[in-house]
Each structure stands twice: as structure tokens, then as C-alpha cells.
Design a protein around this ligand. Structure first.
Ligand code: NIG
Ligand code: FE
Length: 415
């Protein structure tokens, strides 16, 4: 296979880094004018100014890809999604438009539990088919690595089916999928008041099977008022950690419970949502190195205040931004929407938003050593934008500017 030389990119953004960028570093995206990237198979061989790269290769031995007038970036990493589910909840969205709240719908039996019923009824083939469609859409938005959670089964059989659907899709679809076990996503009525028992069931009956089949890398929990308490979440997370899972937490979304502090205490890789994270929680995340994953499209769809992303970065946190694609609180995985909300409402610069969607997203899924930046040795995951600078991303508001997606060195999407 010929090497591929991408050259003359008007702006080439490398996002260089082997780990997450914190605080002020988030603005350092390493932009190269008239930039080039050399791909050897599925790996990046070199990155730099076009002149430099051209002088180091035999041009006649390369496939040349012209990128004049384009911005070239690392593929985006969507580090928090629930993209495997059965059924839809459009009715809930219309109720919320009329003033209903997410938690009150959940308390009367809708919400996550409604998706649990629909997902239990869905076959593996159906979950795979719907999942494939969603992955295709992600690819068009320039996403080349995605995290996906179970959590719409709550029982052993359906949790495993969701995870197996992801395993199958990971093998057949160009996107890389990082799977997360989210068995404690909700409490079914029969377990109300017996949350510990439910968690023990997950820990002793489901997680060992997940581990034996290699179906998940992370364990996650919905730590929220009327769902799982901080104490129960801590119990579950520590046990999951002992079993070898890396940790994530749905933290401080609706109520300020102390999920951010808990994330720091248990050494979670990320704490996600954080709309209500306290000042102390923000300090703890910055100090401990937990990645603060913000999901602004969820806040937008729920008409909630956005997470305090500006403050988190100013306090030294490593912020990632992700879609949270799911059938309830946020049925969108629009990257242009995330960029608009990040820049306009969370007061991040476009450089910070790009870091949040690339190297910090990669770190949030434990992949910062292989994806999230354009550097020699990393996976050849590269996207091209229609316009010559990153500043078109927020400016051409809400529009998908991605024209070309290269995944593992192969062009997998071309507008
Ligand atoms: O991340 N907050 C909890 N879990 C999901 C929502 C899932 C759903 O409503 O189906 C979230 O927003
Ligand atoms: Fe979520």
C-alpha cells in the first residue's frame, strides 16, 4: 500500500499531546500553516510544514491528497454516548416542551425505564442495525472514536446484549468503539429502597461475565438524587475498580450531590455532566486529574443551565466535550451544535473546544496514547473541513463542515 501524503492544508491542527491538556494548555492546539501529514498504512508517519515533509519523502511513491483551502484536524472523539438502545421517547420531549421536567417523567415510570422496556424487547440484530445507522451519522460529523454505554437493560441478559452489539459493530464498522458498562443507570420500581442489593447483583452476577467476555473497559453509574446515592455509588465504583474496570460517573447533573468530589476520591478517569458541580468539586477535579466531561447538548435539550466550563478550565481542569447521544435527555450527536454551545454559551475559545473534542476526549476514553492528535505513531484518523481555518467552526454556526474523514489511513467518508 502506497503512503498517503496530505499536503498544503491551509491550517493543520495537530492537538499534539500524549495526555489530557489542563487549564491554560487547552488553548494550545499547535496550528501549522501550509501543513502536511504523511500516512503509512493505518499510522501517522510524519507531521509538519508541507515543504519539510516533501523534502523527506519520494513524492512519486506517495498518493498525494491536496488539502489547499482546507483545515485538517485529528478525528473527533465523542467520549460519552448511549447509542445502543431500543425505541424512542419523542413523547417525553414534547411533554418537556410544555413544562414537564426530566426527573418528574422518570419518577412516574418514563425516562430511562421506558427505554429499558424497549431495549429488552429488541433483538441483537435490531440493536446492531440501529447502532450502525447512528455510527454512520457520527462519521459524517468527523467522529472517528466513540464511547458507548450499556444501561438500558439493567438485567444481565440485556446489558450483555447491548455490549455484544457494540463489540460486533466495533469489528465491522470503521469507527472505534470504547465500551462502558452502565448497569446502574436507573432503579426499577422493584428495587426501590434496595439499591445495594441491585448493585451487588450487578457486581457479582453481571460484571464478572462482562469481564470474562471482554465486553467493557469502563464501569459507570448514574449518581443522582432519587437514583444512586453518593455512598452507594462509591461502594459500586470501588468494587468495579478492584475488578479491573476504569471508572466514569454521571455526576452532579440535576442536584449538587458531590459526584465530582466522589470522582476525585475514587480516581475516576472522568466525571460527566457536572451542571451542578460545586466550587470544591471543581477544585478536586483539577487537583486529582479527573477529566471533566461536559455534555452541553443535554443541558440545552433539558433547558438547564450549562456546566461552568469556563471556570473549570480557569481552575486547571482538563475539560472534554461529548454528545451524550441517548433516546431521552439528548437525542442528538451533532458536533456543530456542541461547538456552538461550547463557544457561545460556555465561553470557551474554539481552540479549547477543539482540545475538548480531540485529545481530551481521547484521554477520557483511555486512548490518548493512540488517537486524539496528529503525531507520528498515532492512528491515521484525520478529518478535512471545507474552509481554511478553525474559526469557521463556530462562525458557520450549526453547519457540518466536515468534507473528508480518514480512519486508520483509509478514506471512509467523502462529501
Ligand atoms: O447521560 N443522566 C443519565 N443518563 C443519560 C440519560 C439517559 C436517558 O434519558 O435515557 C444522560 O443524560
Ligand atoms: Fe449519559
Amino acid at each position: 500500500m502506497k503512503k498517503r501524503l496530505i499536503r498544503h492544508a491551509s491550517e493543520l491542527v495537530t492537538c499534539a499531546g500524549k495526555g489530557p491538556k489542563r487549564g491554560r494548555e487547552m488553548a494550545e492546539i499547535h496550528s501549522i500553516p501550509d501543513g502536511a501529514v504523511l500516512l503509512a498504512g493505518d499510522t501517522i508517519e510524519a507531521v509538519g510544514p508541507t515543504k519539510e515533509l516533501e523534502s523527506s519523502v519520494r513524492l512519486e511513491e506517495c498518493e498525494i491528497i491536496e488539502a489547499a483551502g482546507k483545515t485538517v484536524l485529528p478525528g473527533f472523539v465523542d467520549s460519552h454516548t448511549h447509542f445502543i438502545f431500543g425505541g424512542y421517547r419523542a413523547d417525553e420531549f414534547s411533554w418537556r416542551l410544555k413544562g414537564d421536567s426530566y426527573m418528574s417523567i422518570m419518577e412516574r415510570g418514563g425516562g430511562i425505564n421506558a427505554s429499558v422496556t424497549a431495549t429488552r424487547a429488541a433483538s441483537l440484530e435490531e440493536l446492531v442495525a440501529r447502532g450502525r445507522e447512528r455510527l454512520d451519522t457520527m462519521l459524517e460529523f468527523g467522529v472517528t472514536t466513540v464511547e458507548g454505554k450499556s444501561g438500558y437493560g439493567l438485567d444481565c441478559e440485556t446489558e450483555l446484549r447491548q455490549l455484544r452489539a457494540m463489540k460486533q459493530l466495533n469489528a465491522e464498522h470503521p469507527l472505534d468503539i470504547v465500551p462502558t458498562f452502565l448497569g446502574p443507570h436507573s432503579v426499577l420500581p422493584e428495587y426501590k429502597g434496595r439499591e445495594r442489593e441491585f448493585l451487588d447483583k450487578q457486581l457479582t452476577e453481571v460484571l464478572p461475565l462482562v469481564k470474562a467476555e471482554g465486553l467493557a473497559e469502563f464501569a459507570d453509574i448514574f449518581c443522582e438524587k432519587n437514583v444512586f446515592s453518593v455512598e452507594d455509588s462509591e461502594y459500586y465504583l470501588n468494587k468495579a475498580k478492584e475488578m479491573g474496570f476504569a471508572l466514569k460517573i454521571h455526576a452532579d447533573e440535576m442536584v449538587q450531590l458531590g459526584g465530582s468530589e466522589l470522582a476525585a476520591r475514587v480516581g475516576a478517569v472522568s466525571a460527566d455532566h457536572l451542571l451542578q458541580a460545586s466550587d470544591e468539586g471543581i477544585r478536586q477535579m483539577a487537583k486529582s486529574g479527573v477529566i471533566s466531561t461536559l455534555l452541553p447538548a443535554t443541558a440545552f435539550c433539558l433547558k438547564e443551565e450549562f456546566a461552568r466550563g469556563r471556570k473549570m478550565i480557569d481552575e486547571g481542569c482538563a475539560v472534554a466535550i461529548a454528545s451524550d447521544l441517548n433516546p431521552g435527555s439528548c437525542f442528538t450527536n451533532s458536533i456543530p451544535l456542541l461547538i456552538a454551545l461550547g463557544c457561545i454559551y460556555m465561553h470557551l475559545s474554539i481552540e479549547e473546544v477543539i482540545t475538548a473534542l480531540t485529545i481530551n476526549g481521547a484521554a477520557a476514553v483511555g486512548r490518548a496514547d493512540t488517537v486524539g492528535s496528529l503525531e507520528p505513531g498515532k492512528k491515521a484518523d484525520v478529518i478535512f473541513l471545507k474552509y481554511p481555518s478553525i474559526h469557521f467552526l463556530p462562525y458557520h454556526t450549526g453547519i457540518n463542515l466536515v468534507e473528508t474523514v480518514i480512519k486508520n489511513g483509509k478514506t471512509v467518508y467523502q462529501k
